[in-house]
Design a protein around this ligand. Structure first.
Ligand code: NCD
Ligand code: ZN
Ligand code: ZN
Ligand code: ZN
Length: 477
């Protein structure tokens, strides 16, 4: 660690301050029904470069009771805790709208604590979890059970997407229980649903509209995916899921959306043509997501790395990747999400047809993207929009995504100079593999602050399980 910045001091005389902070939050969370605001200690971030909408200013941030109280050139008020942030850049905490935290019967792949520790280490103060779990998140009851389990184990703020179901009443109940979106997984429905039939999809879109919920879509049409019975290699496996599966699904969903007028968010888009189709579609309420892997890697990696580079939708040819990268940096992509999708290495190493698709992404996204900023290929402002402001806005998190007074105390401190190397052995995620293994990076997350408490700093997790909040759509806790 660079000794000239990031020092944390406590003005209180007794006890280790971190423990107190985490404990205070934990006590609050174990009684979520309580009306009282807990008296969280105050935190002062001194002398940072603060990102405010369009530029950085030099100054300090005071957080009280979990919210940003003041941002000013100099703040002299005493605080329970101080961070000397000289040389560090303060950004709004990142929001990852697409992660798979697993847990429950898939906890051997990842659980709420390991997954949200990975989030904290990666600078994500809020994550939205996908419903393809065991059991799946496909009813209000199951959403509440998942939320209850999460509340004791998470270190960052966590909300939940739910599975698309045929029943309108169930959609409404899930909305009431706090769901952030209805996930429509076209290649293989999470809950029983005939996605080959347009009428079924129309019913889902109508139900979502009625409940004022966006629909998040995995846009690959099953009918366009070839059978994998004969494949021997990961390269052939990727060849069975060509771009036309995405093209067909995107145009189909756009056509149906025009009839219904609900909000649609397209997950992990891989083709620049899809981004423009979505961006140029005449009806409003549409957004698109790209991932670090689809914008930085091509199918060459599949040939070289096999299972480590296997995810769905798969990696695309180099020239496609290059244009997708431009859609991210200067084009029409709305957000970046990681699609953090951990599996065990044992599962991943199975023969191609049996190897589960997905790679962990929470701990690599920021160092990789900050490297792009340092190389001049992406502006810091655009990065903040894609990873924080836009996803917060898209999913109704109005008190997040911007550093300003009254906003939630979700802040990260970034060291733009810090050099590193992607090392999956050091991941807090249980999934210790990455197609980016060995990549040299410049720019790193130094400290992650969630609801005014330091959760991660300088390589170490400081927060306690249960210190994150379960988020409910449309509600500020
Ligand atoms: C995801 C998973 O493992 O849950 N895998 C993946 O390759 N992206 C599912 C998904 O997001 O489609
Ligand atoms: Zn440092
Ligand atoms: Zn998907
Ligand atoms: Zn996913």
């Amino acid at each position: 660690m660079n000794a000239k910045h990031g020092r944390i001091t406590s003005s209180r005389k007794t006890g280790p301050s971190y423990v107190r902070i985490a404990q205070g939050t934990l006590d609050n969370l174990t009684s979520p029904e309580s009306e009282e605001t807990p008296s969280l200690p105050s935190l002062l971030i001194r002398d940072a470069h603060i990102w405010t909408e369009h530029r950085t200013i030099r100054g300090s941030i005071l957080i009280e009771r979990g919210r940003i109280q003041r941002i000013a050139r100099k703040i002299s008020a005493p605080a329970g805790e101080e961070i000397l942030a000289q040389g560090l850049v303060a950004l709004p905490g990142l929001v990852d709208a697409h992660v798979h935290l697993r847990d429950m019967r898939l906890a051997y792949k990842e659980d709420f604590t390991s997954g949200t520790s990975a989030a904290a280490a990666g600078g994500f103060t809020t994550v939205l979890d996908m419903p393809n779990t065991l059991p799946p998140t496909d009813s209000g009851q199951r959403l509440l059970e998942k939320a209850r389990r999460a509340s004791k184990n998470i270190l960052v703020n966590t909300g939940f997407h739910v599975a698309a179901v045929g029943d309108r009443g169930a959609v409404k109940t899930m909305k009431m229980a706090g769901a952030f979106s209805i996930k429509l997984y076209l290649p293989k429905p999470i809950a029983p649903l005939d996605v080959g039939d347009d009428l079924t999809i129309v019913e889902v879109l109508k139900a979502a509209k009625e409940a004022s919920l966006p629909v998040t879509v995995h846009a690959e049409d099953a009918a366009q995916i070839e059978s994998t019975g004969e494949v021997q290699t990961f390269k052939e496996l990727v060849g069975s899921r060509l771009g036309r599966a995405e093209t067909s699904a995107v145009s189909r969903i756009l056509r149906l959306q025009k009839q219904i007028g609900c909000r649609i968010h397209f997950c992990h888009i891989t083709l620049p043509s899809s981004i423009s189709a979505i961006g140029n579609w005449p009806s409003g309420g549409l957004s698109s997501e790209v991932t670090p892997h689809h914008t930085l890697l091509s199918e060459d990696s599949v040939e070289k790395l096999g299972w480590k580079a296997w995810m769905v939708p798969p990696l695309r040819p180099r020239h496609v990747r290059n244009r997708l990268f431009s859609e991210m940096t200067t084009g029409n992509a709305t957000i970046i999400a990681t699609d953090h999708a951990p599996h065990t290495i044992k599962e991943k190493r199975l023969p191609p047809q049996k190897s589960p698709p997905g790679i962990p992404g929470l701990e690599t996204a920021m160092p990789l993207m900050l490297t792009m900023v340092n190389k001049g290929k992406l502006s810091l402002g655009r990065l903040v929009s894609l990873l924080s402001t836009n996803p917060a806005k898209l999913f109704g998190l109005s008190s997040k995504g911007r550093l300003r007074e009254e906003a939630d105390g979700d802040i990260i401190l970034v060291d733009m100079k810090k050099k590193g190397k992607i090392d999956p052995d050091k991941f807090f995620s249980k999934a210790h593999y990455s197609p980016f293994e060995g990549w040299k990076t410049q720019g790193a997350v130094h400290t992650t602050i969630v609801n005014g408490s330091i959760v991660y700093s300088n390589g170490k997790i400081i927060g306690k399980p249960g210190s994150g909040k379960v988020l409910r759509n449309g509600r500020r806790e």
